[in-house]
Ligand binder design. Structure first.
Ligand code: HEM
Length: 459
């Protein structure tokens, strides 16, 4: 892996202003009150500020669209994903660990299932899993919706990635939730990653990871032995076909790292966005009512706009980071190699200069207008923009549609739920508390729309 080029004279570099507090204090404040700290610092220092952080070193935070654009359009050899802690946990075969050509080639191979017709072929799975889970929802009593959304999004991504439901999939369904929770803790607290003894988080992660590798290895072997591999439409099959067509050897460990990346990146985030949707909609009955009307038909303009607005006012991930490899021109500043540049998603989304009535929940703002590429960045941007963005938006749309068609969601006058940081994602503090009543003629877990797709996935 190339290292940052620090050879240019330090005088050539110019960093934005920032607090002089020691890195440890900044780190502690960042860990426990990240959003409040960033709000305070951006109010004092403006749209680009420098602070020192433990392990990260010099960090430049940007919160203005033109600066965000400079970051997301920089050449891949100038800014790297750079020792992303997620990559360190997920392994060397994860997209989060790759840069430049290796990263580009891997993305090319992974992209097809996340776009266009191929992605839409997962609709019946999404609807089926939503109906299956929602069948157990209690009526008239409050419950935290996030647990159900996690189950739904995990089952969807497991089926999209591996296809058939079998013993290994059932075991993965049990293993992945505690693994994701623990993984998020290890991301924010590197010291916990070490194996400090049998019961330590590091040792527990090692055991869970070994179990995951065993299950993923078995599923890869089953796919390779399947005479119907060419007809399968699950993501693992697509990856295997691409590797075999190139004549590449199948590196099972690298493949398992990437699949784990999709499983982990692809469910907790989407579940949190769905829980925030419930949280916001219960507090905006007029929008909820219009969405219910819309869900009676095939239109979805307001529902799509609502999901976009939820991701603006309550972004699930609140920053993206890059490592500077070569001197990087950022507006009037020049950042030195070895420093980090971070885009502040939440402060940008809440800035009245870039979003009218920024603190209000107004989905109509996106009904006839696509969100701005560099002022609306819940999925990050550029070459590293979230690979599953279109998939996540499609999934949110279908799950919300299923919810609206099956249930009346009761509005509430309770104050909004606070943000609760789970290590990577921000979720509502009460888990998106919901109170529902089943509609009299609600859809049951019925025959999926596209039987052919289901057969292919379950073969
Ligand atoms: C609402 C749901 C989601 C949100 C808010 C979200 C957000 C993000 C963000 C902010 C990044 C970093 C982008 C950057 O650095 O510029 C990212 C990366 C990524 N996400 Fe998502 N994500 C979501 C759902 C998904 C899903 C469903 C999948 C896969 C099925 C997925 C897979 C990935 C992957 C593989 C990357 C790494 C991309 C790369 O480094 O090239 N995400 N996501």
């Amino acid at each position: 892996m190339p290292t940052a080029d620090t050879s240019a004279a330090p005088a050539a570099y110019r960093l934005p202003p920032g607090p002089k507090t020691p890195s440890l204090l900044n780190g502690i404040a960042f860990l426990f009150a990240r959003n409040a700290l960033i709000r305070r610092l951006t109010a004092t220092y403006g749209d680009a500020l420098t602070m020192r952080m433990p392990t990260f070193g010099t960090m430049v935070l940007v919160t203005r669209p033109d600066l965000v654009k400079a970051v997301y359009t920089a050449k891949p050899d100038v800014l790297h994903g750079g020792k992303n802690p997620l990559g360190e946990i997920l392994g060397p075969g994860s997209l989060f660990s790759m840069d430049e050509d290796e990263h580009l080639n891997e993305r090319r191979m992974l992209l097809p299932p996340f776009h266009g017709e191929r992605m839409r072929s997962y609709e019946s799975i999404i609807e089926e899993e939503a109906l299956r889970e929602m069948a157990s929802w209690p009526e008239g009593v409050e419950f935290a919706s996030i647990g159900s959304f996690q189950t739904i999004t995990l089952r969807i991504i497991l089926r999209a990635v591996f296809g058939a439901a079998g013993r290994e999939l059932a075991e993965l369904e049990k293993l992945l939730p505690p693994m994701t929770t623990l993984g998020q803790r290890l991301v924010t607290t590197p010291i916990l990653r070490r194996d400090w003894g049998r019961r330590s988080p590091g040792a527990r992660w090692k055991r869970m990871h070994a179990e995951y590798m065993r299950l993923a290895g078995t599923l890869v072997d089953q796919h390779l032995a399947d005479p119907g591999l060419d007809e399968r439409i699950d993501i693992l099959a697509l990856m295997l076909r691409a590797l075999l067509a190139e004549g590449d050897a199948v590196d099972k460990s690298a493949l398992a790292d990437e699949l784990l990346t999709l499983l982990v990146a692809g469910h907790e985030t989407t579940a949190s966005a769905l829980a925030w949707s419930v949280e916001r909609l219960r507090r905006h009955p007029e929008i909820l009512h219009r969405l219910e009307e819309e869900a009676r038909g095939d239109e979805n303009a307001l529902r799509i706009a609502t999901a976009e607005e939820v991701l603006r006012v309550r972004p699930v991930i609140n920053a993206t980071a890059r490592l500077v490899m070569k001197p990087f021109q950022l507006g009037e500043w020049t950042l030195p190699p070895g420093s980090r540049v971070v885009t502040g998603i939440a402060p940008l989304h809440h800035d009245g200069r870039f979003h009218e009535r920024a603190n209000r929940f107004e989905p109509d703002r996106y009904v006839d207008k696509k969100p701005d590429t560099y002022a609306w960045i819940p999925f990050g941007g550029g070459m590293r923009r979230c690979l599953g963005a279109a998939f996540a938006q499609f999934e949110i749309d279908v799950v919300l549609r299923t919810l609206l068609r099956s249930f009346e969601l009761q509005p509430t006058s309770e104050p909004g739920e606070r943000e609760s940081f789970r290590g990577v994602a921000f979720a509502p503090s009460e888990g998106g508390a919901a109170v529902v009543r089943r509609r009299p003629f609600a859809a049951q877990a019925e025959e999926p729309e596209s039987a052919a797709v289901m057969t292919a996935l379950n073969s």
